[in-house]
Design a protein around this ligand. Structure first.
Ligand code: BG6
Length: 506
């Protein structure tokens, strides 16, 4: 079978291949990538034969690298304890190649090393490259891979590349990176990773919407009043203050993760689950987002920053006191947006989206708020008005779906009280969902790019987000709204909402 006919591949058995991780001595490899490979090995989903080569600057050697990866697995893999026999087999397939990303000679030696590994395993030269370095190194690595002759554009053997976020920092840089990648790889060989697409609950959005008959007819402006999307975290900077100063939450969470979740929620039904069919619909959705005039940005987007406060019973520092943060910083750690989608389905349905650090708790959810019944025969609920039907899709934690509706309170009167109908992953399936990286690495090994972001998709989302940054640049504000850590955000965000609407307290 043609290994690049992504989306069509049904057998979940990847062909033999060698994976090369650039930036292998970094945190992601230890915390996510190797633990994911270990779990795949344990579930017998890894290609056979298979090898992984870590490429980084530090002098580690094969043994040193294996040791570090074992520690990572001991600490972070979801199937603990690590099985010693299985680890020994996997460790035999782990190698380390020391080199500088900008040194062409390191790629020539890498090529020779990979050929040796191919010969010893008796496999074709199939390659899966993984860029897990700071993004500033991407162009150099891509160019050097091309010049060393490490990238074939053929189907068999194949070469693929997984690119970690952030994919650019605005529309221009994203376009440039797309161009650089395409000088060496074809689009079907490029896998832009967004780990939210590897989450079971995010993928379930497609099954929920398009695998059932009853929800889709209610999924439009005839029935939906508004939508709220929340991506809240209780953590603060965790040592990433310097990175955050450059990024802000709009780049860190919204442009990628929450826009992905929103597109799956709002897109039209694809004609099939083929990777391009799905991504065509996501792109169409993103392109339908109504452009916000630069001088009206504050009416649609609120940014803010946390000050010191209490989160989950602990007192925490304000953003400006975090290490690596400028004491006069105006970088946003909270953002709330009011979005409109100018298409047939969503005309005039506002989507309120918020994301923040240092919220009272961690929760990612989509809540679809339905219109009231057109005629109220029951009067009001103790002065509170009719119960609003809300369908909430909880992405994490407590993964599940719940429907909120009004029910008659038992007794001689017709009192109405709000109740919930619940589905919980934990109780229904009794199994822990796999880690996002397990699914995504496996898909890349298979050449299935359905759950990866395509070039036009990444550019469509940056094109919307970069306008907001542009407006903020023009405003040159010296101060942005502040809110206490451990609260649900600034009052300014309440003013974004329409009359009678308030943010959910998940
Ligand atoms: C990362 C961001 O991409 O996603 C982090 O850089 C954020 O700032 C993280 O904390 C959230 O991921 P998850 O899977 O914990 O919701």
């Amino acid at each position: 079978m043609n290994p690049l006919r992504e989306g069509l591949i049904k057998e979940r058995v990847p062909e033999p291949q060698v994976m090369v991780i650039f930036g292998a001595s970094g945190d992601l490899t230890r915390r996510k990538l190797l633990p994911a490979l270990y779990t795949l090995a344990r579930e017998r989903l890894l290609p056979a034969p298979f090898a992984v080569v870590g490429f980084a600057r530090r002098p580690l050697g094969d043994e040193g690298f294996r040791q570090k990866m074992r520690e990572g697995c001991d600490q972070f893999t979801r199937l603990r304890p690590v099985d010693d026999t299985l680890w020994a087999t996997l460790a035999d397939a782990i190698y380390y190649h020391q080199g500088s990303f900008d040194d062409p000679a390191a790629y020539t030696t890498l090529k020779a090393r990979l050929e040796e590994i191919d010969t010893s395993l008796g496999v074709p030269a199939n390659r899966l490259f993984y860029l897990s370095t700071p993004p500033s190194a991407y162009p150099e690595i891509i160019k050097n891979l091309g010049e060393a002759g490490l990238v074939t554009r053929s189907y068999s053997p194949f070469a693929r590349i997984i690119v970690e976020k952030p994919f650019g920092r605005d529309l221009e840089t994203a376009r440039t990176l797309n161009r650089q990648l395409k000088q060496v790889f074809r689009e079907v060989q490029i896998f832009r990773i967004d780990h939210y697409l590897g989450k079971e609950t995010v993928q379930n959005m497609l099954v929920f919407r398009f695998g059932n008959g009853i929800f889709e007819p209610l999924w439009n402006n005839r029935y939906v009043d508004h939508i709220q999307i929340t991506g809240a975290e209780s953590i603060g900077m965790e040592g990433r203050g310097a990175y955050y100063e450059e990024a802000g939450i709009l780049r860190d969470m919204v442009q990628n993760h929450l826009f992905q979740v929103m597109s799956l929620m709002g897109m039209e039904p694809p004609v099939s689950m083929d990777s391009d069919a799905v991504r065509d619909e996501k792109v169409k959705f993103l392109r339908s987002l109504r452009t916000i005039p630069l001088d009206k940005m504050d009416e649609f987007v609120v940014r803010a920053q946390y000050t010191s406060g209490h989160v989950l019973g602990e007192s925490v520092a304000g953003y400006r006191q975090e290490p690596g943060v400028d004491p006069g910083s105006t970088t946003e750690t909270y953002v709330a947006l009011k979005l409109y989608v100018d298409n047939w389905r969503w005309a005039n349905v506002p989507i309120y989206l918020r994301s923040a650090k240092r919220m009272p708790k961690r929760v990612t959810e989509i809540a679809i708020h339905y219109r009231h019944a057109p005629h109220q025969v029951f009067g009001s609920d103790g002065g509170r008005g009719p119960v609003r039907n809300v369908l909430s899709i909880r992405i994490q934690p407590d993964e599940g779906i719940s429907l909120h509706f009004g029910s008659k309170v038992p007794g001689p009167t017709t009192d109405i009280a709000p109740v919930n109908m619940e589905f919980r992953y934990g109780t229904s399936f009794g199994a822990e969902p796999p880690e996002a990286y397990e699914r995504l690495i496996l898909d890349a090994m298979l050449g299935d790019s359905t759950l990866f972001t395509r070039d036009d998709e990444v550019e469509a989302s940056w094109s919307f987000i970069s306008r907001i940054h542009e407006a903020w640049r023009q405003q040159k504000k010296k101060q942005i709204p502040l809110f206490e850590a451990g609260s649900w955000g600034p009052v300014e965000a309440d003013e974004l909402l329409g009359e009678g609407i308030s943010w959910r307290t998940p």
